[in-house]
Write a protein that binds this ligand. Structure first.
Ligand code: SF4
Ligand code: SF4
Length: 99
């Protein structure tokens, strides 16, 4: 079994698996893919109706819901694709340029 690797900004290229292959399953949480996001969804809580359509379509499971309500965004892993923004019919989400 492969040892789970903690990749971060201090990881040297020579320590990565050849070709950047991910050798162990279930490791997506270890990779902070939000680092390379160019756009970012901003949530307006006052306009949100908690329909959770955005939660259902997020390809990265970066929208966190609890007890049937949207509670926060996981910006460590959100890639800024904007699918959630396009899905929201209540204008509770806006896609802005990442700063
Ligand atoms: S789709 Fe819009 S209104 Fe529905 S939960 Fe998401 S942010 Fe709220
Ligand atoms: S921008 Fe994309 S990855 Fe980020 S929360 Fe919305 S749907 Fe998920």
């Amino acid at each position: 079994m492969n040892k789970r690797m903690n990749v971060n900004s201090d990881t040297l290229w020579k320590d990565l698996p050849r070709g950047g292959a991910m050798l162990d399953a279930g490791n997506a949480v270890d990779f902070k893919t939000g680092d390379w996001r160019a756009m970012k969804p901003i949530w307006d809580k006052d306009k949100c109706k908690h329909c959770l359509f955005c939660w259902a379509v997020c390809p990265d499971m970066s929208i966190i819901a609890k007890d049937g309500k949207l509670v926060e965004f996981d910006y460590d892993h959100c890639k800024g694709c904007g699918v959630c923004v396009a899905q929201c019919k209540f204008e509770a989400l806006e896609l802005v340029v990442e700063e």
